[in-house]
Design a protein around this ligand. Structure first.
Ligand SMILES: Nc1ncnc2c1ncn2[C@@H]1O[C@H](COP(=O)(O)OP(=O)(O)O)[C@@H](O)[C@H]1O
Ligand code: SF4
Ligand SMILES: [Mg+2]
Length: 333
């Protein structure tokens, strides 16, 4: 599988001025990723770790105060490699929705409240290709049927649908033109567990039907376990671990990933989740050294001063942690 989107040492900060004082929030701070064509790549991490910011940069949908201060984003599309920083307006328009689609966080509220669902679909479809109303309606009806959504939603207004149905309609809207790359930000958050399952299945169906690439963001590792092929763990603006889903779930090595996995409720018990002590740091003054050191049970002196590199600890399994690195080198001696 080839790469479809990559970042190299990407840095994106929120730079604001208030009363003459500059404040810089280092929300994405040196992230290198390769997302492969046709995969589901999950991005996990607690709230405030930079997931949505990273997604906005990958999409090219951002404006000041968010600024790319270093590194690059490249799309590999139809044999061309396009640098996101060099796109013309036309290329950007073309990329948006036709090639790339976005299911934003809280997207249940993006449907126009005063338009019937079928009219919202027509507005969207006709903005991207020539289509009469009846062609759009037919395309929409066929697509919704394919995805197992009831046809009667077409004549409804958003407020007449349940939250779960609105979310599914939004996903259908974002994917009806079969984009190659789909970005979804917390698509199941705020839904109850049963409804979540339906939404997860729908995302699976959409992705598998066309072999699209899905970049899925959620703090909920349980959702990643169901959907993702690979998972990248973000902590305080940095990628701290990455591997295939099975490895992340069964053999996590970074102490932060271990916390995330251990805090998962097991399927057959109602035990309390093990909460991670503390909270992610504010990113205007991120901790020195390893950004996790203030919360890490394994932290050593070096962790406070030296930032660990992301290294490949076994084939295709990357971790940024001094202790893991030391263990490896002592095994190798
Ligand atoms: N508009 C903004 N201005 C300043 N800081 C922001 C802004 N939006 C988000 N942030 C900060 O950027 C960091 C990452 O936020 P975000 O990408 O939303 O994280 P996540 O999606 O993982 O919850 C947080 O510390 C957040 O407070
Ligand atoms: S580098 Fe140190 S502080 Fe960071 S995760 Fe590893 S042991 Fe913990
Ligand atoms: Mg977010």
């Amino acid at each position: 599988m080839g790469t479809i989107i990559e970042t190299n040492d990407l840095r994106a900060y929120y730079i604001t001025q208030a009363y003459g004082v500059e404040r810089t929030v280092k929300a994405v701070d040196g992230i290198t990723l390769r997302i492969k064509e046709g995969e589901v790549y999950g991005i996990a991490g607690e709230s405030g770790c930079g997931k949505s910011t990273l997604l906005r940069i990958l999409l090219g949908a951002y404006e000041p105060p968010l600024t790319v201060v270093g590194g690059e984003v490249k799309y590999h599309l139809d044999g061309d490699i396009l640098d996101a920083a060099d796109l013309t307006d036309e290329q950007q328009r073309d990329l948006k929705w036709r090639t790339i689609s976005y299911i934003p966080q809280g997207s249940m509220h993006v449907l126009n409240p005063v338009r019937r669902i079928r009219d919202t679909f027509h507005d969207f479809i006709s903005a991207h290709r020539d289509a009469t109303k009846s062609e759009s309606f037919q395309l929409t009806a066929d697509y919704l049927r394919d995805l197992g959504l009831p046809e009667k939603v077409l004549a409804s207004y958003p407020h007449q649908l349940s939250g779960g149905m609105r979310q599914r309609v939004t996903i259908a809207l974002a994917t009806i033109l079969w984009p190659k790359l789909i970005f979804a930000d917390e698509p199941t958050t705020a839904l109850d567990v049963v409804v979540q399952r339906g939404v997860i299945q729908m995302l699976k169906d959409v992705q598998q039907k066309e072999g699209s690439t899905l970049v899925l963001i959620t703090h909920d590792i349980g959702v990643h376990a169901n959907l993702a092929d690979r998972i990248g763990i973000l902590y305080a603006g940095k990628l701290v671990e990455e591997s295939d889903t099975k490895t992340i779930l069964e053999n996590p090595r970074h102490p932060y990933t271990r916390f995330l996995i251990e805090s998962l409720p097991s399927l057959d018990s109602r035990e309390e989740r093990l909460a991670i002590p503390g909270r992610p740091p504010a990113l205007d003054r991120p901790p020195s050294g390893c950004r996790f050191h203030e919360r890490c049970p394994l932290a050593k002196d070096i962790c406070q001063t030296v930032e660990p590199d992301l290294i490949e600890i076994e084939p295709k399994h990357f971790t940024a942690c001094h202790v893991v690195e030391e263990e490896l080198s002592s095994v190798a001696v």
